[in-house]
Ligand binder design. Sequence first.
Ligand code: FES
Length: 345
Amino acid sequence: MTILDDPGQGGSREPGAGGGAEPGDQPTEGLAFDPRHFGIAPDEPWPDDVPRGQDDSHWRFEHDPGRARIAELRIAACWIVSLLASIGIAVVYVTGAQNQASGILWALAFLGIGVGLILWARDLLPGHDVIASRGRHDASDEGNRWAVAESFARGLEPIARRPFLFKLLGAVGGVFGIAALFPLASLGPRPDRNLYHTKWGRGVRAVTEDGRPLRPSDLPVNGILTVFPEGGMEDALAPTLLINLGDAPFEIPPSRTNWNIGGIVAFSKICTHAGCPAGLYNVQTHQLVCPCHQSTFDVLEDCKPVFGPAPRSLPQLPITTDTEGYIVARSDYTQPVGPGFWNRG
Ligand code: FES
């Protein structure tokens, strides 16, 4: 490491040569007092905007090995806490991922590393706070670049002097990194095409919440009912609204002329905005309203959104009746159900 301790270096820093400071203002102790630390080239006069007498090298326990040793132990203790917390994260995760315990351990792991690093920088590394010359507004000159390199070298030497802390930090980082990998297991399998399908399918009966199959006569005109695929009650994408529009004129694309049973139509209950149940039905206007952000769907017009943030119509489920007269699906939904996000890319 280069050590410059001759305050007279540079030739033009005579007392009063620009800043008007007294000779006693200039620091004469410390690791490396050099005008270049202040952005001043050795052959330049001392500028007015740079106070003299700045301490450009302070090192808290440089001359106190006893306290430096205590500081070292304090830092090691922080990192050992972090190390144990990281091991704890892995153990808690493997044994059932108890969320509160996980959170506390994550906090300890981060805090241990952070506090240890702060103590290391504060107590065992050299530092300097300086007010430097504003200088020119172009690329740093050689003097400044030299100062940065020299400052970096000054920081490395005390780190190399404490291999124990350095190795401990490596171990803490390694274990912490491994612990951080465990939650990746919670990401689960990729959904692949699952989000494009529901439990509805050809011949699957529509049943009520308590598993009762329905005949068209069970739904009076203007009646509305939430139904599920028989045997697929747990499917979050499957809830469907059966609505009896009576003889109200409703528009459907020509390709869907046989998707209804008389005036009974079936549409997904999952809002295409963010997936809330769009189940508020206005009998007068034949509109469905989603209570979350007030998207409004016109049932008479293929459930297209007429208000609110929903970007597309509620998908229609093709229905018919089976040989026993119960309402069944003709097939699964022919387009993805729910938020449009799943429909992109
Ligand atoms: S989730 Fe339905 S409007 Fe936002």
